[in-house]
Design a protein around this ligand. Structure first.
Ligand SMILES: [Zn+2]
Ligand SMILES: [Zn+2]
Length: 302
């Protein structure tokens, strides 16, 4: 069964409008008429627990579509929901099929020309780049930017901890030391640490802890996204996707949160040490409650 496609029709000629990163507007691929993208509201944070409780098995639907322009049928790769017709290059999208649909994105900011230039420099710096790859660039073929899914989590944590605080002090001891080949007795200062038990409660707020939500990209590259600000994100809108590739998550919301916890917990350890104070700290146990968990299903340009 073929899935029905969606596109952004041009108001003057009926061609396909695509998102133009340089002007942040829509542009028709045929008549080049541009139009504004009027934003539809604010980015919201969704409730994590209700999403976890309602989550079902992934949809296994084959993503077969028919091109609106040339009629050829083709299948989207992996979890893609936006791409271009491999025969006539028409932008083609379907509604996201996964249980959780994206609700926010950062639009592309790099124009086609700038992306190509940057990519050429990158490929040029790699002597092992396959020739086919280099030829592909020399022919000036279009690079299609890809939107990649991420999870962004918010939570308020309460952590109870037990540990020890170490305060250092110095004592004078007499030691045998070697001076010009002869052993001599000398007084030296030596550090000692007095340990006392420490315990407490730490409250922390975490906002937009971001982890990659796809297995199609190497995790080290996925997690190396630069920090972003909540003012960079827009409500999810297919108009920002038109002309690009976009894929849905393959890492479940719950598994993403487990990864976010690693980052959250290491920050909590750091804060616990600061709370213990002193010169040295030992942590025996931290027990953390994660409250008010919220999430965003994000798409980032990649
Ligand atoms: Zn047009
Ligand atoms: Zn086509």
């Amino acid at each position: 069964m073929r899935l029905s496609t969606t596109n952004i029709p041009c108001p003057s000629c009926g061609g396909s409008q695509v998102f133009l990163p340089s002007s942040r507007r829509l542009s028709c691929e045929f008549c080049h008429q541009e139009s504004d993208i009027v934003s539809n509201g604010k980015v919201t944070t969704r409730d994590y627990l209700s999403a976890i409780n309602s989550s079902t098995q992934e949809s296994k639907t084959k993503r077969e579509v028919a091109c609106k322009r040339c009629g050829a049928s083709f299948v989207f790769k992996d979890r893609e929901f936006a791409s271009r017709c491999p025969y006539c290059d028409t932008p083609t999208m379907i509604e996201p099929l996964q249980e959780i649909t994206p609700n926010a994105l950062i639009p592309f900011t790099l124009s086609q020309r700038a992306a190509q230039k940057r990519f050429k420099i990158w490929v040029g710096s790699r002597w092992f780049a396959p020739n086919a790859f280099k030829e592909y660039l020399e022919e000036g073929k279009k690079l299609i930017g890809r939107y990649i899914p991420y999870w962004g989590y918010d939570t308020h944590t309460i952590s109870h901890y037990q540990g020890e605080r170490g305060d250092s002090y110095y004592v004078t001891v007499t030691k045998r030391v070697e001076v010009n080949g002869k052993m001599e007795l000398r007084s030296v200062q030596e550090e000692r640490v007095s340990w006392s038990s420490a315990s407490g409660v730490i409250d922390s707020d975490f906002r937009d802890i971001t982890v990659g939500a796809t297995t199609t990209i190497d995790p080290s590259r996925l997690d190396s996204i630069s920090p972003w600000h909540s003012s960079d994100i827009h409500p999810f809108d297919l108009r920002y996707i038109s002309g690009f590739k976009a894929e849905e998550y393959t890492i479940e919301l719950r598994d993403g949160f487990d990864r976010a916890k690693i980052e959250i917990d290491s920050e909590i350890r750091y804060r616990v040490k600061a709370d213990i104070g002193g010169d040295y700290q030992r942590i025996h146990n931290i027990s953390t409650e994660y409250n008010d968990i919220g999430y965003k299903a994000l798409l980032f340009p990649f």
